[in-house]
Design a protein around this ligand. Structure first.
Ligand code: G6P
Length: 371
């Protein structure tokens, strides 16, 4: 069994290590002769051109990957994108028609709410594209088209490698739409793809430096709660970091949009409360960077223990970071492929320090096939 786990105590730890390959394998074969090709698709370029609105539906971590995708898809395609929990989507009356693209994201391809959301979308004549990790599962079978994440089976109940692969796949969907609609020139699409292709090596590099994150996790493992703050694509990363800590370590954890700090969350700050902040790039997102910097200052002044995830070479955060976790520089929209990783490692290590089985957290199932 130890061999199956690649020398790790848990599958999840092995799956965290497999993330560079998960992303690389998901991208492989989708950029051919200067064009993005979603080869498992049965949606024509004409059908993609006719899309005038995108809904992303999913649950759990898959939903968070959709939240990340919204920033890129809107920016690249100028299409409005709504991201919705599948369980909410299906019980209201969303406005859908044949020019709506519904992207259903599901690792297992069997999640009941996501499947029902797909069925509802199809009833309303919307086009459905599944992003799925499981060949031939129910959701890809019922969708019009499918883009597979190619991570191999994910055993750990809490999603890690599938989540990173989903983010990469969602970006391919965004580039395919931009290419079909002509909102990006071919050389721009190629450049974005090359940036994406450079990510697995950066994830690899990041994974080599996780020792201090594990040490920090052991130090903070007895905290009653942890808050996560982020902005822009860092906001869904904060939500995912909090979800991982809840799932694995049974710790009270909340993710907030940092801009909302003064609208409530700052009231929670007290002496010794760990707050993990996902910093945007100081170059790529200078305005947001400076706003987050002042947020960190405010919470540190109120006694929070600040843990800052920041781009390598970001010296401005140093004075306000009680603990600094550096990630390689990357284009802003791709940063979640990096910033998520230390949060996964952190949650897994807190859980292990507390003596929990990180592959099989209490009360949770790998795939929720009944409501
Ligand atoms: C469960 C799993 C999560 C997963 C979610 C959605 O809650 O524990 O890790 O993100 O289901 O699953 P899906 O298979 O639809 O991506």
């Amino acid at each position: 069994a130890a061999a199956e786990k690649g020398g790790h105590d848990y599958f999840m730890l092995k799956e965290i290590e497999e993330q560079p390959a998960a992303v690389a394998d998901t991208l492989r074969g989708h950029f051919v002769d200067g064009r993005i090709v979603l080869d498992e698709q049965r949606l024509s370029d004409q059908e993609l051109r006719d899309i005038d609105k995108v809904f992303v539906v999913a649950c759990g971590s898959s939903y968070h990957s959709g939240l990340v995708a919204k920033y890129a898809i809107e920016h690249w395609t100028r299409l409005p994108v709504e991201v919705e929990l599948a369980s909410e989507f299906r019980y209201r009356d969303p406005v859908l028609d044949r020019s709506t693209l519904v992207v259903a994201i599901s690792q297992s391809g069997e999640t009941a709410d996501t499947l029902e959301a797909v069925r509802h979308a199809k009833d309303q004549k919307a086009r459905v594209l599944a992003v799925c990790n499981t060949n031939g599962a129910q959701i890809p079978r019922e969708a019009d088209a499918v883009l597979y994440t190619r991570t191999g089976p994910e055993i750990g109940v809490a999603s890690t490698k599938a989540f990173l692969a989903q983010m990469a796949a969602n970006l391919l969907v965004g580039l395919a739409l931009a290419q079909a609609r002509g909102t990006k020139y071919p050389d721009e699409v190629a450049r974005e793809y090359q940036d994406l292709e450079a990510m697995p090596a950066k994830i690899e590099q990041l994974l080599l430096g996780m020792g201090p994150v594990r040490e920090l996790a052991r130090e903070l493992a007895a905290s009653p709660a942890v808050l996560f703050l982020g902005r822009h694509v860092g906001y869904p990363v904060a939500l995912e970091g909090a979800l991982k800590l809840k799932e694995l370590a049974y710790m009270h954890a909340e993710g907030f949009a940092a801009g909302e700090l003064k609208h409530g969350p700052i009231a929670l700050i007290e002496d010794g409360l760990p707050v993990i902040v996902v910093m945007p790039s100081p170059k790529g997102r200078a305005v947001l960077h400076s706003k987050l910097l002042s947020n960190i200052r405010e919470i540190q002044a109120r006694g929070a223990v600040t843990v800052v995830i920041a781009e390598e070479g970001d010296e401005t955060v140093r004075p306000f970071a009680d603990h600094l976790v550096e990630i390689p520089a990357s284009p802003s929209l791709l940063q979640p492929l990096l910033s998520t990783v230390p949060l996964q490692v952190f949650a897994a290590e807190v859980a292990q320090t507390r003596g929990y089985d990180v592959d099989k957290p209490r009360n949770l199932a790998k795939s929720v096939t009944v409501e």
